[in-house]
Design a protein around this ligand. Structure first.
Ligand code: HAM
Length: 420
Protein backbone atom coordinates (compact mmCIF):
# COMPACT_ATOMS: atom_id res chain seq x y z
CA UNK A 1 0.00 0.00 0.00
CA UNK A 2 1.25 3.49 -0.81
CA UNK A 3 0.32 6.16 1.70
CA UNK A 4 -1.19 9.35 0.35
CA UNK A 5 -1.34 12.90 1.70
CA UNK A 6 -4.60 13.57 3.55
CA UNK A 7 -7.50 15.14 1.60
CA UNK A 8 -7.09 18.89 1.34
CA UNK A 9 -3.33 18.73 2.02
CA UNK A 10 -0.57 18.52 -0.54
CA UNK A 11 3.14 18.20 -1.05
CA UNK A 12 4.93 21.13 -2.60
CA UNK A 13 7.55 19.56 -4.80
CA UNK A 14 10.26 20.78 -7.16
CA UNK A 15 9.99 22.60 -9.49
CA UNK A 16 6.93 24.34 -7.94
CA UNK A 17 8.84 24.92 -4.69
CA UNK A 18 11.14 27.29 -6.62
CA UNK A 19 8.19 29.54 -7.23
CA UNK A 20 7.27 29.49 -3.52
CA UNK A 21 10.83 30.44 -2.64
CA UNK A 22 10.85 33.21 -5.22
CA UNK A 23 7.54 34.66 -3.96
CA UNK A 24 8.75 34.47 -0.37
CA UNK A 25 11.98 36.25 -1.21
CA UNK A 26 10.15 39.02 -3.07
CA UNK A 27 7.72 39.40 -0.19
CA UNK A 28 10.47 39.56 2.43
CA UNK A 29 12.17 42.39 0.54
CA UNK A 30 8.89 44.33 0.45
CA UNK A 31 8.12 43.65 4.13
CA UNK A 32 11.55 44.92 4.99
CA UNK A 33 11.09 48.14 2.99
CA UNK A 34 7.87 48.74 4.97
CA UNK A 35 9.77 48.02 8.19
CA UNK A 36 7.88 44.88 9.24
CA UNK A 37 9.61 42.18 11.28
CA UNK A 38 8.98 38.48 11.10
CA UNK A 39 7.11 36.61 13.80
CA UNK A 40 6.84 32.82 14.02
CA UNK A 41 4.15 31.57 16.35
CA UNK A 42 3.34 27.94 17.20
CA UNK A 43 1.13 26.00 14.83
CA UNK A 44 -0.72 24.58 17.82
CA UNK A 45 -2.52 26.91 20.21
CA UNK A 46 -5.11 26.80 22.92
CA UNK A 47 -8.53 26.30 21.31
CA UNK A 48 -10.13 29.08 23.39
CA UNK A 49 -7.85 31.69 21.79
CA UNK A 50 -9.60 31.26 18.44
CA UNK A 51 -13.07 30.68 19.86
CA UNK A 52 -12.76 34.04 21.60
CA UNK A 53 -11.04 35.94 18.75
CA UNK A 54 -12.57 34.55 15.58
CA UNK A 55 -16.00 34.16 17.19
CA UNK A 56 -18.05 31.26 18.50
CA UNK A 57 -20.66 31.48 15.77
CA UNK A 58 -18.33 31.73 12.78
CA UNK A 59 -17.93 28.88 10.30
CA UNK A 60 -14.26 28.59 11.24
CA UNK A 61 -14.99 27.89 14.89
CA UNK A 62 -18.27 26.01 14.44
CA UNK A 63 -17.22 23.68 11.66
CA UNK A 64 -13.61 23.99 10.61
CA UNK A 65 -11.31 23.64 13.58
CA UNK A 66 -8.80 20.82 13.82
CA UNK A 67 -9.17 20.61 17.58
CA UNK A 68 -8.38 17.87 20.03
CA UNK A 69 -7.39 17.18 23.61
CA UNK A 70 -3.64 16.80 24.13
CA UNK A 71 -2.24 14.17 26.47
CA UNK A 72 -2.57 16.51 29.41
CA UNK A 73 -6.29 16.99 28.65
CA UNK A 74 -5.82 20.54 27.30
CA UNK A 75 -8.16 21.62 24.49
CA UNK A 76 -5.83 22.61 21.66
CA UNK A 77 -6.14 23.20 17.93
CA UNK A 78 -4.12 23.71 14.79
CA UNK A 79 -4.24 27.44 14.10
CA UNK A 80 -6.89 28.40 11.52
CA UNK A 81 -5.35 31.87 11.09
CA UNK A 82 -2.54 33.92 12.62
CA UNK A 83 -4.02 37.25 13.76
CA UNK A 84 -5.11 35.90 17.15
CA UNK A 85 -1.71 34.19 17.59
CA UNK A 86 0.13 37.46 16.85
CA UNK A 87 -1.93 39.34 19.43
CA UNK A 88 -1.43 36.54 21.97
CA UNK A 89 2.32 36.53 21.33
CA UNK A 90 2.51 40.31 21.64
CA UNK A 91 0.64 40.32 24.95
CA UNK A 92 2.58 37.37 26.32
CA UNK A 93 5.96 38.86 25.41
CA UNK A 94 5.34 42.32 26.85
CA UNK A 95 6.93 43.75 23.74
CA UNK A 96 7.04 47.53 24.08
CA UNK A 97 4.94 49.45 21.61
CA UNK A 98 7.21 51.80 19.76
CA UNK A 99 5.72 55.10 18.63
CA UNK A 100 4.68 53.59 15.33
CA UNK A 101 3.39 50.38 16.89
CA UNK A 102 4.45 46.78 16.44
CA UNK A 103 4.64 45.63 12.83
CA UNK A 104 4.73 41.88 12.30
CA UNK A 105 4.82 39.81 9.16
CA UNK A 106 4.41 36.04 9.00
CA UNK A 107 4.44 33.15 6.58
CA UNK A 108 3.19 29.68 7.35
CA UNK A 109 0.59 26.96 7.27
CA UNK A 110 -2.96 27.39 8.60
CA UNK A 111 -5.56 24.66 9.04
CA UNK A 112 -9.27 24.63 8.38
CA UNK A 113 -11.40 21.52 7.91
CA UNK A 114 -13.22 22.82 4.86
CA UNK A 115 -14.52 20.78 1.94
CA UNK A 116 -11.50 20.66 -0.39
CA UNK A 117 -11.88 22.17 -3.86
CA UNK A 118 -9.76 24.22 -6.26
CA UNK A 119 -8.16 26.99 -4.18
CA UNK A 120 -9.52 25.60 -0.92
CA UNK A 121 -7.36 23.36 1.21
CA UNK A 122 -7.36 22.01 4.73
CA UNK A 123 -3.73 22.94 5.15
CA UNK A 124 -2.97 26.13 3.27
CA UNK A 125 -0.32 28.80 3.57
CA UNK A 126 -0.77 32.43 4.45
CA UNK A 127 1.54 35.37 4.21
CA UNK A 128 0.33 38.30 6.23
CA UNK A 129 0.98 41.33 8.38
CA UNK A 130 -0.40 42.71 11.63
CA UNK A 131 0.15 46.25 12.88
CA UNK A 132 -0.67 46.63 16.55
CA UNK A 133 -1.00 49.94 18.36
CA UNK A 134 -2.65 52.47 16.07
CA UNK A 135 -6.14 53.48 14.98
CA UNK A 136 -4.88 55.79 12.21
CA UNK A 137 -6.47 55.33 8.78
CA UNK A 138 -2.96 55.84 7.41
CA UNK A 139 -2.06 52.38 8.71
CA UNK A 140 -5.08 50.92 6.90
CA UNK A 141 -3.79 52.63 3.76
CA UNK A 142 -0.30 51.24 4.38
CA UNK A 143 -1.56 47.69 4.85
CA UNK A 144 -3.80 47.84 1.78
CA UNK A 145 -1.08 49.33 -0.39
CA UNK A 146 1.41 46.73 0.89
CA UNK A 147 -0.96 43.90 -0.04
CA UNK A 148 -1.38 45.32 -3.54
CA UNK A 149 2.36 45.82 -3.93
CA UNK A 150 2.90 42.15 -3.06
CA UNK A 151 0.44 40.97 -5.72
CA UNK A 152 2.06 43.23 -8.30
CA UNK A 153 5.54 41.97 -7.36
CA UNK A 154 4.27 38.40 -7.79
CA UNK A 155 3.16 39.30 -11.32
CA UNK A 156 -0.60 39.49 -10.76
CA UNK A 157 -2.47 42.27 -12.47
CA UNK A 158 -6.17 41.44 -12.71
CA UNK A 159 -7.63 41.77 -9.27
CA UNK A 160 -10.09 44.04 -7.57
CA UNK A 161 -9.96 45.75 -4.17
CA UNK A 162 -13.27 45.48 -2.34
CA UNK A 163 -13.62 47.85 0.59
CA UNK A 164 -16.10 48.49 3.37
CA UNK A 165 -16.41 49.82 6.90
CA UNK A 166 -18.29 48.08 9.71
CA UNK A 167 -17.83 50.94 12.15
CA UNK A 168 -16.80 50.56 15.76
CA UNK A 169 -17.99 47.96 18.26
CA UNK A 170 -21.09 50.04 19.08
CA UNK A 171 -21.84 50.55 15.38
CA UNK A 172 -21.70 46.81 14.79
CA UNK A 173 -24.39 46.39 17.41
CA UNK A 174 -26.52 49.05 15.69
CA UNK A 175 -26.00 47.40 12.28
CA UNK A 176 -26.84 43.97 13.71
CA UNK A 177 -30.03 45.23 15.33
CA UNK A 178 -31.14 47.00 12.18
CA UNK A 179 -30.42 43.97 10.00
CA UNK A 180 -32.13 41.60 12.40
CA UNK A 181 -35.19 43.80 12.43
CA UNK A 182 -35.36 43.89 8.60
CA UNK A 183 -34.56 40.22 8.07
CA UNK A 184 -36.97 39.10 10.78
CA UNK A 185 -39.83 40.35 8.64
CA UNK A 186 -38.62 38.16 5.77
CA UNK A 187 -37.42 35.25 7.87
CA UNK A 188 -39.29 32.63 5.78
CA UNK A 189 -37.39 33.71 2.67
CA UNK A 190 -33.99 32.99 4.23
CA UNK A 191 -32.31 29.57 4.00
CA UNK A 192 -32.65 27.43 7.15
CA UNK A 193 -29.07 28.08 8.20
CA UNK A 194 -29.48 31.85 7.88
CA UNK A 195 -32.67 31.71 9.92
CA UNK A 196 -30.51 30.35 12.74
CA UNK A 197 -27.67 32.77 11.98
CA UNK A 198 -30.11 35.65 12.18
CA UNK A 199 -30.80 34.88 15.81
CA UNK A 200 -27.26 34.03 16.90
CA UNK A 201 -25.08 36.39 14.84
CA UNK A 202 -26.93 38.22 12.12
CA UNK A 203 -23.78 39.53 10.39
CA UNK A 204 -22.94 35.94 9.44
CA UNK A 205 -26.03 35.96 7.16
CA UNK A 206 -24.04 38.32 4.92
CA UNK A 207 -21.52 35.55 4.15
CA UNK A 208 -24.27 33.28 2.73
CA UNK A 209 -23.85 32.20 -0.88
CA UNK A 210 -27.49 31.03 -1.37
CA UNK A 211 -29.27 32.98 -4.12
CA UNK A 212 -32.39 33.78 -2.09
CA UNK A 213 -30.35 35.05 0.87
CA UNK A 214 -28.10 37.08 -1.41
CA UNK A 215 -31.13 38.85 -2.84
CA UNK A 216 -32.29 39.86 0.65
CA UNK A 217 -28.79 40.91 1.66
CA UNK A 218 -28.57 43.23 -1.37
CA UNK A 219 -31.63 45.11 -0.09
CA UNK A 220 -30.15 45.79 3.38
CA UNK A 221 -28.98 49.34 4.09
CA UNK A 222 -25.23 49.78 3.38
CA UNK A 223 -23.12 49.50 6.53
CA UNK A 224 -21.29 52.83 5.86
CA UNK A 225 -24.64 54.60 6.19
CA UNK A 226 -25.29 53.09 9.62
CA UNK A 227 -21.98 53.83 11.29
CA UNK A 228 -21.18 56.77 13.61
CA UNK A 229 -19.75 60.09 12.43
CA UNK A 230 -16.25 59.34 13.67
CA UNK A 231 -16.11 56.01 11.85
CA UNK A 232 -17.53 57.61 8.70
CA UNK A 233 -14.75 60.19 8.87
CA UNK A 234 -12.15 57.43 9.31
CA UNK A 235 -13.54 55.60 6.27
CA UNK A 236 -13.70 58.81 4.21
CA UNK A 237 -10.11 59.72 5.09
CA UNK A 238 -8.92 56.23 4.13
CA UNK A 239 -10.61 56.57 0.74
CA UNK A 240 -8.97 59.96 0.20
CA UNK A 241 -5.53 58.46 0.86
CA UNK A 242 -6.24 55.52 -1.44
CA UNK A 243 -7.24 57.94 -4.19
CA UNK A 244 -4.07 59.93 -3.57
CA UNK A 245 -2.09 56.71 -4.00
CA UNK A 246 -4.09 56.02 -7.19
CA UNK A 247 -5.38 52.75 -5.76
CA UNK A 248 -8.68 51.74 -7.36
CA UNK A 249 -11.30 50.21 -5.13
CA UNK A 250 -14.95 49.31 -5.09
CA UNK A 251 -17.09 49.88 -2.04
CA UNK A 252 -18.94 46.69 -1.18
CA UNK A 253 -21.50 47.96 1.32
CA UNK A 254 -22.32 44.47 2.64
CA UNK A 255 -18.81 43.08 2.93
CA UNK A 256 -18.43 41.88 6.53
CA UNK A 257 -15.87 39.04 6.23
CA UNK A 258 -16.25 35.69 7.97
CA UNK A 259 -14.46 36.54 11.23
CA UNK A 260 -16.02 38.40 14.19
CA UNK A 261 -13.07 40.52 15.35
CA UNK A 262 -13.30 43.11 12.55
CA UNK A 263 -14.25 46.72 13.22
CA UNK A 264 -14.16 49.68 10.82
CA UNK A 265 -12.17 48.87 7.64
CA UNK A 266 -12.56 45.48 5.97
CA UNK A 267 -11.17 44.63 2.56
CA UNK A 268 -10.60 41.82 0.08
CA UNK A 269 -8.47 41.50 -3.01
CA UNK A 270 -10.35 39.26 -5.40
CA UNK A 271 -8.98 37.71 -8.53
CA UNK A 272 -10.80 38.06 -11.80
CA UNK A 273 -9.24 34.78 -12.89
CA UNK A 274 -10.25 32.41 -10.11
CA UNK A 275 -13.65 30.77 -9.74
CA UNK A 276 -15.62 30.40 -6.51
CA UNK A 277 -12.60 30.77 -4.22
CA UNK A 278 -11.61 34.13 -5.62
CA UNK A 279 -10.26 35.93 -2.53
CA UNK A 280 -6.49 36.22 -2.95
CA UNK A 281 -6.04 38.28 0.18
CA UNK A 282 -8.22 39.75 2.88
CA UNK A 283 -7.99 41.73 6.06
CA UNK A 284 -9.12 44.69 8.04
CA UNK A 285 -9.08 46.49 11.32
CA UNK A 286 -9.70 44.83 14.70
CA UNK A 287 -9.64 47.63 17.24
CA UNK A 288 -11.15 45.62 20.12
CA UNK A 289 -9.26 42.35 19.88
CA UNK A 290 -6.18 43.29 21.90
CA UNK A 291 -8.32 44.44 24.80
CA UNK A 292 -10.67 41.49 24.36
CA UNK A 293 -7.70 39.15 24.80
CA UNK A 294 -6.70 40.84 28.06
CA UNK A 295 -4.43 43.63 26.80
CA UNK A 296 -4.65 47.42 26.63
CA UNK A 297 -7.15 49.22 24.43
CA UNK A 298 -5.17 49.56 21.19
CA UNK A 299 -6.14 49.69 17.55
CA UNK A 300 -4.83 47.13 15.09
CA UNK A 301 -5.06 46.24 11.42
CA UNK A 302 -3.69 43.51 9.15
CA UNK A 303 -4.29 41.19 6.25
CA UNK A 304 -3.30 37.76 4.98
CA UNK A 305 -3.00 36.35 1.49
CA UNK A 306 -3.42 32.73 0.47
CA UNK A 307 -0.29 31.39 -1.22
CA UNK A 308 -2.06 28.51 -2.99
CA UNK A 309 -4.55 30.96 -4.51
CA UNK A 310 -1.78 33.29 -5.64
CA UNK A 311 -0.08 30.36 -7.38
CA UNK A 312 -3.36 29.23 -8.94
CA UNK A 313 -3.96 32.75 -10.26
CA UNK A 314 -0.41 32.90 -11.63
CA UNK A 315 -0.96 29.56 -13.38
CA UNK A 316 -4.25 30.80 -14.85
CA UNK A 317 -2.65 33.99 -16.11
CA UNK A 318 0.28 31.97 -17.54
CA UNK A 319 2.76 34.13 -15.64
CA UNK A 320 4.69 31.14 -14.43
CA UNK A 321 8.26 30.32 -15.07
CA UNK A 322 9.10 27.11 -13.32
CA UNK A 323 12.59 26.70 -14.75
CA UNK A 324 14.78 24.79 -12.35
CA UNK A 325 18.00 26.54 -11.47
CA UNK A 326 20.79 24.87 -13.44
CA UNK A 327 23.74 23.28 -11.81
CA UNK A 328 27.25 24.77 -12.21
CA UNK A 329 29.02 21.43 -12.37
CA UNK A 330 27.95 17.82 -12.64
CA UNK A 331 30.71 15.55 -11.46
CA UNK A 332 31.20 12.16 -13.05
CA UNK A 333 33.58 9.76 -11.39
CA UNK A 334 34.52 6.34 -12.69
CA UNK A 335 35.81 3.74 -10.22
CA UNK A 336 36.10 3.73 -6.44
CA UNK A 337 39.29 5.81 -6.06
CA UNK A 338 37.94 8.50 -8.38
CA UNK A 339 34.69 8.46 -6.40
CA UNK A 340 36.49 9.29 -3.15
CA UNK A 341 38.76 11.90 -4.71
CA UNK A 342 35.85 13.51 -6.57
CA UNK A 343 33.67 13.57 -3.46
CA UNK A 344 36.43 15.34 -1.51
CA UNK A 345 36.82 17.95 -4.28
CA UNK A 346 33.05 18.41 -4.51
CA UNK A 347 32.83 19.27 -0.80
CA UNK A 348 35.61 21.88 -1.24
CA UNK A 349 33.86 23.45 -4.21
CA UNK A 350 30.51 23.63 -2.40
CA UNK A 351 32.21 25.67 0.33
CA UNK A 352 33.28 28.11 -2.39
CA UNK A 353 29.60 28.59 -3.32
CA UNK A 354 29.72 26.48 -6.48
CA UNK A 355 26.60 24.36 -7.07
CA UNK A 356 27.84 20.89 -7.81
CA UNK A 357 26.41 17.40 -7.58
CA UNK A 358 27.51 13.93 -8.61
CA UNK A 359 25.92 10.67 -9.59
CA UNK A 360 26.52 8.09 -6.87
CA UNK A 361 25.48 5.11 -8.97
CA UNK A 362 27.67 2.70 -10.92
CA UNK A 363 26.07 3.70 -14.23
CA UNK A 364 28.06 4.11 -17.44
CA UNK A 365 29.72 7.36 -18.52
CA UNK A 366 27.09 7.71 -21.25
CA UNK A 367 24.20 7.35 -18.79
CA UNK A 368 25.81 9.87 -16.46
CA UNK A 369 26.31 12.34 -19.34
CA UNK A 370 22.61 12.01 -20.17
CA UNK A 371 21.80 12.90 -16.56
CA UNK A 372 24.10 15.96 -16.75
CA UNK A 373 22.13 17.08 -19.80
CA UNK A 374 18.81 16.64 -18.07
CA UNK A 375 20.08 18.68 -15.11
CA UNK A 376 21.20 21.42 -17.51
CA UNK A 377 24.66 21.49 -15.90
CA UNK A 378 26.96 24.22 -17.23
CA UNK A 379 30.03 21.96 -16.96
CA UNK A 380 30.74 18.29 -16.50
CA UNK A 381 33.90 17.36 -14.64
CA UNK A 382 35.12 13.83 -15.33
CA UNK A 383 37.47 11.96 -13.03
CA UNK A 384 38.46 8.43 -14.03
CA UNK A 385 41.36 6.18 -13.14
CA UNK A 386 43.46 7.57 -15.99
CA UNK A 387 42.81 11.16 -14.84
CA UNK A 388 43.93 10.33 -11.30
CA UNK A 389 47.16 8.77 -12.63
CA UNK A 390 47.92 11.78 -14.86
CA UNK A 391 46.90 14.38 -12.26
CA UNK A 392 44.52 15.99 -14.79
CA UNK A 393 40.73 16.29 -14.65
CA UNK A 394 38.62 16.57 -17.80
CA UNK A 395 36.25 19.53 -17.98
CA UNK A 396 33.52 19.73 -20.62
CA UNK A 397 31.52 22.86 -21.27
CA UNK A 398 28.06 21.58 -22.07
CA UNK A 399 26.83 24.45 -24.26
CA UNK A 400 29.81 24.31 -26.67
CA UNK A 401 31.04 20.74 -26.16
CA UNK A 402 34.54 22.20 -25.67
CA UNK A 403 36.79 19.96 -23.53
CA UNK A 404 40.02 20.72 -21.70
CA UNK A 405 42.32 19.07 -19.19
CA UNK A 406 42.84 20.95 -15.94
CA UNK A 407 45.70 20.30 -13.52
CA UNK A 408 44.52 18.84 -10.24
CA UNK A 409 46.64 21.27 -8.10
CA UNK A 410 44.87 24.39 -9.26
CA UNK A 411 41.48 22.93 -10.16
CA UNK A 412 39.52 25.06 -7.67
CA UNK A 413 40.88 28.39 -8.99
CA UNK A 414 40.42 27.29 -12.60
CA UNK A 415 36.79 26.28 -12.02
CA UNK A 416 36.03 29.46 -10.09
CA UNK A 417 37.51 31.50 -12.97
CA UNK A 418 35.28 29.76 -15.52
CA UNK A 419 32.13 30.13 -13.43
CA UNK A 420 32.59 33.82 -12.61
P1 HAM B 1 -9.23 34.95 5.82
O1 HAM B 1 -10.07 35.72 4.86
O2 HAM B 1 -9.91 33.88 6.57
O3 HAM B 1 -8.58 36.01 6.81
O4 HAM B 1 -7.99 34.34 5.04
C1 HAM B 1 -7.13 35.15 4.30
C2 HAM B 1 -6.78 34.49 2.98
O5 HAM B 1 -6.30 33.15 3.21
C3 HAM B 1 -7.97 34.30 2.05
O6 HAM B 1 -8.22 35.47 1.31
C4 HAM B 1 -7.47 33.18 1.15
O7 HAM B 1 -6.61 33.68 0.13
C5 HAM B 1 -6.64 32.33 2.10
N1 HAM B 1 -7.45 31.17 2.57
C6 HAM B 1 -8.35 31.14 3.55
N2 HAM B 1 -8.87 29.89 3.69
C7 HAM B 1 -8.27 29.11 2.77
C8 HAM B 1 -8.34 27.73 2.41
N3 HAM B 1 -9.14 26.88 3.06
N4 HAM B 1 -7.55 27.28 1.39
C9 HAM B 1 -6.72 28.13 0.75
N5 HAM B 1 -6.60 29.44 1.05
C10 HAM B 1 -7.35 29.94 2.04
C11 HAM B 1 -7.74 35.67 7.83
O8 HAM B 1 -7.26 34.58 7.99
C12 HAM B 1 -7.36 36.85 8.68
N6 HAM B 1 -6.48 36.39 9.75
C13 HAM B 1 -6.67 37.93 7.84
C14 HAM B 1 -6.31 39.10 8.65
C15 HAM B 1 -5.08 39.43 9.13
N7 HAM B 1 -7.15 40.03 9.10
C16 HAM B 1 -6.48 40.92 9.83
N8 HAM B 1 -5.22 40.54 9.87
Amino acid sequence: MVYKALPGTKDILPPEILLWQELEEKAKAIFSSYHYQEIRTPIMEELKLFVRSVGETTDIVEKEMFSFKDRGGREVCLRPEATASCVRAYLQSNLPLSEAGVKFFYLGPMFRAERPQAGRYRQFHQMGVEVLGSTSYLVDAEVISLSIELLHAFGLKSFLLKLNSLGCFEDKKVISEKYREILFRKKEELCLLCQKRMERNVLRVLDCKEGKCKRLIAELPPTPELICKECQKHFQSLQEVLSLLKIDYRIEPHLVRGIDYYTRTVFELVSEELGAQDALAAGGRYDNLIEYLGGPSLGAVGFALGMERIILALKKSCRLNLEEKCLDIFLITLGEEAGKEGFFLMQLLRKKGISIDMDYTEKSLKAKMRRANRLKAKFVLIIGEEEIKQGNYLLREMSSGKQELLRKENITEELCKRLR
